[in-house]
Design a protein around this ligand. Structure first.
Ligand SMILES: NCc1[nH]cc(CCC(=O)O)c1CC(=O)O
Length: 294
């Protein structure tokens, strides 16, 4: 039976709400009579802003409060950035749908008013994955952590605390800030985080998931599965930089994985091709192969 009314949970940041509204618009195209209530909340990751994410530790910093709201029945579904979802997902809170992926790339954002003072280059990013790869692209730059939601980070940039930021293209575009993108970094230059640019819908296990088949994209689901199984197989904790990016070629899947070899102090990057239907095994095999060679 189709629900007539849905309570939809989201983080309260402007980006999260914009992403949730995108999903709501897609759902309403298929269910014009659907009525929705948006329920926003702060997550642990939104509350603790003075530490970098790897120092706060724990998994699912941006989803825990929404998980609880789902379990308590305060919301019927939650919209998340796939990138923020922990690798292990409770069978009680399955992913009901994965809409078609948006832009997976990272981008460089420069201050609104270019100041001409000849200062040293300080690039802001809290992601070791980004810093590690950006060091090769910008060998003379220094890197500094930056936390907070998109608008907070852009304010810090415009106030002169950084000479550039590295951010996700999808986030800027969905927040209506695509004008701020100064330069796209190709996926070859900067391998994205697993699931970057992809959203997902989480429900309680008693929810009829076929309700969401109208906004589900099977290819994105399989690519996500490959990327996340690569990360899960290698994962020694979220603080170590890992990246994975898959693309579909016909019935095939090309997956590139990257991880940081702590002992050698270098990162390793490798690609495999396989069948799209073997997405999960492909991610797992690539991870094992790279680990055994390191
Ligand atoms: N880490 C926070 C986060 N989680 C999802 C996005 C953007 C949207 C996406 O990548 O899917 C962002 C912002 C960013 O990394 O700049």
């Amino acid at each position: 039976m189709e629900p007539k009314r849905l309570r939809i949970g989201s983080r309260e940041s402007l980006l999260a709400v914009a992403q949730t509204e995108l999903v709501i618009r897609q759902l309403k195209e298929h269910y014009p009579d659907l009525s929705v209530e948006l329920v926003t909340m702060k997550t642990t990751g939104d509350k603790i802003l003075h530490k970098t994410l790897d120092k706060i530790g724990g998994k699912g910093l941006f989803v825990k409060e929404l998980d609880q709201a789902l379990l308590d029945g305060r919301i019927d579904m939650a919209v998340h950035s796939m990138k923020d979802l922990p690798m292990e997902i409770s069978p009680d809170l399955p992913i009901a749908a994965v809409p078609k992926r948006g832009d997976p790339r990272d981008v460089l954002v420069l201050p609104g008013k270019e100041d001409r003072e000849n200062r040293e280059q300080v690039i802001g990013s809290s992601s070791l994955r980004r810093v590690l790869q950006a060091k090769e692209l910008f060998p003379d730059a220094k890197f500094q952590s930056v936390r907070g939601n998109i608008h907070t980070r852009l304010n810090k940039l415009d106030q002169g605390q950084y000479s550039a930021l590295i951010m996700a293209a999808a986030g800027l575009k969905r927040a209506g800030l695509q004008d701020r993108i100064s330069r796209y970094l190709s996926v070859e230059e900067m391998l994205p985080a697993a699931g970057q640019g992809t959203l997902c819908i989480q429900v309680r296990k008693d929810f009829d998931q076929s309700f969401f088949s109208c906004i589900h994209d099977r290819q994105t689901e399989l690519v996500t599965l490959a990327e996340r199984s690569f990360v899960r197989t290698l994962d020694g904790g979220c603080s170590s930089p890992i990246a994975a990016y898959g693309t579909v070629l016909g019935k095939g899947l090309c997956l590139t994985g990257l991880f940081y070899d702590e002992a050698e102090k270098i990162y390793r990057k490798q690609s495999v091709k396989g069948s799209l239907e073997d997405a999960k095994e492909l991610g797992c095999c690539l991870a094992k192969q790279m680990k055994s060679e390191s």
